[in-house]
Design a protein around this ligand. Structure first.
Ligand SMILES: [Fe+2]
Length: 279
């Protein structure tokens, strides 16, 4: 399969601390791992030493959860500097962040909050993405987030907003298929129309994760298997956009590593089947 980033076009796993020892000991046949950048911002320590060893055997993607690209406070240059130092050490195949905001007026929230989909917010976040890419000296991928609120001020769809960020900044997209599905159900839009709006050439990675139900609302907990409807949407997405590196994310109620490996094998089968159809 042709690569659009330096990650293999195959199904990798989000590596979380409870699984690190097992991965180091057993060196499982996983094509690549993704880690949360901020967990490795310290200058040294056992976590970073373990990541060095894993990087010796696997391609690694650095996925940020704390840059707050969309907030109106000044860009946190110290955060970007730490990420740059980590990228110099790890030489990741991909660096990604969320298209969101996580605070205001110096206050940080532990949430990846959606932006208003307006021209003003688009100008703002595109300038930030460009600034981060310049400071890092490399392209980043930005990820669509799950959302439980929407702004009445929005003048465009989420998909049009995400697509515009990629077109205007030249950044790549990390298309979280579960987030598209969760938002489609919660906000009542057509998930396939969303996927059709995304520029294929910009998509560098897919995410898959599990949600849980709270009444009629889907909550993106990353604490469950990928749902059947999300597998179906992922299959249609891969057929439309093409096979891309795909990550199984699981962050709460973390199961045995073998469960994640099973989920990754399912994604791998879908990637391989789509590639065979395209060939
Ligand atoms: Fe994600």
């Amino acid at each position: 399969m042709a690569a659009i980033s330096n990650l293999p076009v195959a199904a990798g796993i989000g590596l979380r601390a409870p699984h690190v020892r097992e991965v180091l000991a057993s060196r499982p046949a996983v094509p690549w791992f993704e880690v949360h950048s901020e967990n490795y911002f310290a200058d040294g320590g056992t976590a970073l030493a373990a990541l060095d060893r894993i990087r010796g055997d696997y391609p690694v993607s650095l996925h940020g959860v704390g840059m707050s690209l969309g907030w109106t406070d000044l860009l946190d240059r110290d955060h970007v500097a730490k990420l740059k130092r980590l990228t110099a050490r790890v030489e990741p195949a991909l660096v990604s962040e969320h298209l969101c905001w996580s605070g205001v007026g110096g206050r940080h929230f532990n949430d990846l909050l959606p932006l208003p989909y307006t021209d003003e917010a688009l100008d703002h976040v595109c300038a930030r993405v460009a600034q981060v890419q310049e400071l890092l000296g490399r392209e980043i991928a930005v990820e669509n987030v799950s959302a439980y609120v929407a702004f009445g001020e929005s003048t465009m769809t989420e998909a049009a907003f995400v697509a515009s960020v990629a077109r205007r900044t030249g950044c790549k997209l990390l298309l979280d298929v579960n987030n598209v599905y969760v938002n489609a159900i919660n906000h009542g839009f057509d998930a396939d129309a969303y996927i059709a709006t995304i520029p294929s050439a910009a998509v560098a990675e897919y995410h898959l994760a599990g949600f849980e139900m709270s009444g009629a609302c889907l909550i993106d907990t990353h604490g469950a298997p990928v749902a059947a409807d999300v597998w179906a949407l992922y299959t249609r997405t891969v057929a439309r956009i093409g096979p891309r590196p795909t990550l199984i994310e699981w962050d709460t109620s973390l199961p045995a590593f073998a469960v994640l490996a099973d989920e990754a094998r399912t994604a791998q089968r879908i990637l391989v089947a789509a590639d065979a159809v395209a060939a």
